[in-house]
Design a protein around this ligand. Structure first.
Ligand code: AHR
Length: 667
């Protein structure tokens, strides 16, 4: 018996040795599935009138002895320009629902002062207002995202703000703008309809909020080409009821729904214990569950994901640095924050079908900042470096990753040690971002690349020797990215060794290898598309599978079927588009109300929602030959418009010619 036991133990030991030699974690990246683009706005930032963010952090005024460009600190400006910030949210936060924009225009000396009741009770002199913010966005190359005051402001006030910045017509608002030095409308696209209306924005119920948002939203008008992209107040963390009610009440009339979720820590940023590190990582990973569950509720009311989930406040929130004003939310930033940033950005990339904007809180001197300043001094944080490393994902096509990670344990709990996301850019270069959130053990990863023939791999790593390692004004380079040498390419696999607490960005060169596509053979092709016409009662895109057509037939080109009534109907068009040569094709739909266009079963143009005439487009790579097309259109009330266009390698943009469209005339 003893002998048998020792043999079993020897086998187990041998297995242990064998296990130690294989990778801890495996990751498969699929280059053959490129269905969704990573919206660059996922890499957005947030700038609230809070503490030393605006005043001292970004804006010192033109008379300051701190070097500046028109009042913006030169050092901060230069550092932020490097990050390629796609979108910047302003003026709050809680501040937004007490902000009266008219106090922040005109000669600075004459602007009224106010008390910033949310943040430290300090005097706000309004010297940084609409013009200063929009000039900053111009200098950064960032799209502005303005949060409107729905809590303590009026419908008229918000409506006039939109008119002031977006109209090129003649009106008292546009005259005032011109008098204040801005001749042309800025054309601000992104607008928040309030902020945290369930809390500091007015303590509303979701039902009450939805009514208010509908009312305020109605008077946020379009001016010429400038149509506001309205982002409604969404849930606080796991308030699923808020999402359900707002989506039920507002649905696809919205463009975006926000989500706020902070990773809270009880101690200061630099007071890091092993248990505290684990707790922050566990809370960070919860973002994945929140995004999944809110998205699933949104799907119930928005089948084609027209409404973006905008995570417009996220990041770490610790106890403030000792000796600083508690209302200023000033905290240090360590390698732990870098892991929080990398992990959240991986989550957003992987859910980019629904998450199309995110704004970390906040850009300078507040919460999980990119930059810290003190008087003339400035330092870049580890979080800054993560945003710089991840720039390559902006607007690239997301590649699905399957991660089987080893576990990282603390007490009785464990979480995956490794998380990842991947994308391929317009030059065909693949980027894979990997986080090893375990602070004390390396992670070996076997990385398999499907539908890709790699030719080389390089990388960058951000790591540190201590859990609370951070940059200071005295030692600004303590935590910074360096070249990564822990990746080895063999055939289609990359063996990676991630150091403990590390963010790694791999750059993989090579070619996408797709299996040849079987040619589509049509039995009895007939010109035009087949259609089914439905009479409806709702003002949203219907669930077509649940309806019975009122008529069916075929049309020559994408036109309304004969006998279509003026309102409340929907049409489903199906057939094939004949593609003359292999290449990337752009499809456009221009419709009033919504359209959704699929090519080969893939959603290419999402122009859903009840709206006036809007053109939207999408791109797809196509081989020569026939490709299945399906176009869904619905009309509620008001005007009706429908057209679809195509642009190809040797083809100017044009309405899809009827001769390019066929359908199967026999079932
Ligand atoms: O980012 C700080 C604050 O957190 C914001 O003002 C508010 O919206 C949230 O509660």
């Amino acid at each position: 018996m003893k002998k048998i036991l020792s043999v079993i133990m020897a086998i187990m030991l041998l297995q242990g040795v064998a296990r130690a030699q294989v990778a801890h974690s495996t990751i498969a990246v699929d280059a053959g599935t490129q269905d969704f683009q990573i919206d660059k706005n996922i890499y957005g930032q947030f700038a609230e009138h809070l503490g030393h963010l605006v005043y001292g952090g970004v804006w010192v005024g033109p008379g300051s002895d701190i070097p500046n460009v028109n009042g913006y600190r030169t050092d901060v400006l230069k550092a932020l320009q490097q990050l390629q910030i796609p979108v910047l949210r302003w003026p709050g936060g809680c501040f937004a629902d007490e902000y009266h924009w008219m106090d922040g225009i005109g000669p600075r000396a004459a602007r009224p002062k106010m008390i910033n009741t949310n943040w430290g009770g300090v005097t706000e002199d309004n010297s940084f207002g609409t013009h200063e913010f929009l000039e900053l966005c111009g200098l950064l190359g960032a799209e502005p995202y303005i949060s409107g005051n729905l809590g303590s402001g009026t419908v008229q006030e918000l409506s006039q703000w939109v008119e002031y910045v977006n109209s090129d017509n003649v009106s008292p608002m546009t005259d005032a703008r011109k008098k204040n030095g801005q001749e042309k409308a800025w054309g601000v696209k992104y607008w928040g309809v309030g902020n945290e209306s369930w809390g500091c924005g007015g303590r509303m119920t979701p039902e009450y909020y939805a009514n208010e948002a509908r009312k305020f939203g109605t008077f946020m008008r379009s001016y010429g080409p400038h149509k506001p992209y309205r982002i409604a107040v969404g849930p606080n963390a796991d308030d699923y009821n808020w999402t359900r009610v707002v989506m039920k009440e507002m649905g696809t009339s919205l463009d975006g729904l926000s989500l706020h979720y902070y990773t809270n820590g009880a101690l200061t940023a630099t007071d890091v214990t092993p248990a505290g590190w684990f707790d922050i990582m566990r809370k960070t990973l919860r973002m994945d569950e929140l995004v999944r569950k809110h998205s699933a509720i949104m799907d119930e009311f928005d089948q084609f994901k027209h409404v973006s989930l905008c995570v417009d406040e996220w990041g770490t929130w610790y106890k403030v640095e000792p000796g600083t004003n508690p209302g200023f939310l000033y905290q240090q930033n360590t390698i732990r924050d870098a892991l929080v940033a990398g992990t959240n950005l991986n989550i957003f990339n992987n859910h980019c079908d629904r998450v199309r904007m995110a704004n970390i809180a906040q850009v300078v001197n507040v919460l999980q900042a990119m930059i810290l300043t003190d008087g003339r001094k400035m330092v870049l944080t580890p979080t800054y470096h993560v945003f710089a490393m991840y720039r390559v994902h902006q607007n690239a096509m997301m590649l699905p990753v399957q991660v089987a990670s080893r576990l990282y344990a603390s007490g009785n709990e464990n979480i995956p040690a490794v998380n990842a996301s991947a994308s391929i850019d317009s030059n065909g270069v693949m980027h894979i971002s990997l986080c090893n959130i375990d602070p004390s053990a390396p992670s070996t990863v076997a990385l398999r690349l499907d539908s890709f023939a790699p030719t080389g791999v390089t990388g960058e790593v951000l790591t540190a020797p201590a859990m609370n390692a951070h940059n200071t004004f005295e030692a600004p380079g303590a935590v910074k990215p360096v070249a990564f040498t822990g990746a080895k390419l063999t055939g289609k696999e990359i063996a990676v060794t991630l150091p403990p607490m590390a963010v790694v960005m791999l750059t993989v060169k090579g070619d996408v290898v797709l299996p040849p596509r079987a040619a589509v053979a049509l039995r009895a092709p007939a010109r035009g598309l087949a259609y089914k016409y439905y009479e409806t009662a709702d003002d949203v895109m219907p669930m077509f599978g649940k309806l019975t057509p009122a008529s069916r037939g075929s049309v020559d080109g994408i036109v309304l079927p004969p006998g279509a009534r003026d309102s409340f109907f929907a049409v489903e068009y199906e057939g094939f588009v004949s593609i003359p040569e292999r290449g990337v094709y752009t499809f456009f739909t221009n419709s009033d109300d919504g359209t959704v266009l699929f090519v080969d079963g893939k959603l290419v143009v999402n122009n859903d929602g009840r709206h006036g005439p809007i053109e939207r487009s999408g791109m797809v790579m196509l081989d020569k030959g026939y490709h299945a097309v399906k176009l869904l259109f619905f009309q509620a009330g008001g005007g009706v418009e429908l057209s679809a266009s195509i642009k190809g390698p040797h083809m100017e943009k044009q309405v899809i010619p009827p001769a390019m469209l066929v359908h199967e005339s026999q079932p």
